[in-house]
Design a protein around this ligand. Sequence first.
Ligand code: AMP
Ligand code: MG
Length: 420
Amino acid sequence: MKETTYAECCDSVRDKKLSTVEEAVASAVGLCSTISETEDVALPEAAGRVSFGDTISLFSLPIHEHSAVDGFALGGSGRRPFRIVGRLIAGDSVKGGRIGENEAVRIMTGAPTPSGTKAVVMQEHATVSDGAVTPTFDVPEGDNIRRAGEDVKANDILVRGGTRFDARHTALLTASGYQRVCVVRKVRVAVLSTGNELRDTGVGMGPGHIFDTNRPMLKTLLASNAVETTDLGIIRDDRDLIAQTLKEAARDHDMIVTSGGVSVGEEDHLKSAVVQAGGAIENWRMAIKPGKPVALGRIGKAVYLGLPGNPLACFVDFLLLGRPILEELCGAMRRDPLVQHARAAFSWKRRPGRQEFFPCNIVGSTEEGLPLLEKTGRAGSARLMPLIEADGLGVVGPKCAEVAPGSPLRFYPFRADMGL
Ligand code: AMP
Ligand code: MG
């Protein structure tokens, strides 16, 4: 990481040098050291946690060969009668039993196939009379038999290190006999809001006050099994107080997220407070709208993310930068953001220069099946209502001066794992 002094930060403001989102994400990720401490967690509770190291299969799946249907295990082929010599249901053991070429066993789904089984015929495709079963067609060899190991072989990697556990991993690992898994310890994140005007709901408001919206919003965005959030409350616009709070938070957190005070106003103290707390600011102006003023840096071992105060800008910047930081800290294999191609259903003239994110909803689809997007409400980084009505964020590139119906757009759909 290239550390920058506060004076140099001021110079870069004068330069009006803006970074692209990609540069900011790369720089944010570069600030993180992956957590190496681990925990053993029982499987259902591991959902949302990130696996540490690969998990290897101890035996094959299926563990034994068995029937895929209710029917008859046949010892040979052909549309001829097979003498029924036994009955097997799920949970039975074949106990070394073997069927001959002219024999069959009545068998249920999941029951082990006796050795000598050439195929299983579904009961719907067979007739039974005089203690013998006759298939109604030539049953191909191997039909309806699930072979041992056809899904997983012993020593296969079941789940790679860096995987975020979900119901699929719980299923595969439980089938493979695992009760507990090794995961990266929770990421410790401290959240605070700055601003003299902010009050917590329930505390009451005076003239000039507003309710602190960002802290509860960020806590909701951070609500994950893999994150432990510390709420540091609202801090007044007081550089010494902010610096002291940041310094203390840096001792036992992996990440500090603040909102407000990262612009260039007289009461915007965050960047200088980070430096006062012994930290450094790396990158703090992105060529995006909303959310241009953003501070990235480190205080001790903690990554620092300073988000803008306007709630929509705060929300967008957290999605763009906060998520990759969290994934990097817990060693999660990076997932490409689920960006979709889309088309505009609206007209819009804009000033080029910055990439722009705007809440929008899907109002239809094109002939090729791409989503058609309409902007929700009027844009503005302080507005929240358009977010509520939106299905996701539409994006146009920095050079875009005009959007017409049918123009290509990118679209970040809101997903459940965004806390949305
Ligand atoms: P700032 O980034 O501190 O200059 O704040 C920009 C705007 O966002 C101002 O109108 C603030 O009052 C507002 N704002 C700052 N922090 C919050 C917050 N936590 N919740 C709601 N609005 C905020
Ligand atoms: Mg402020």
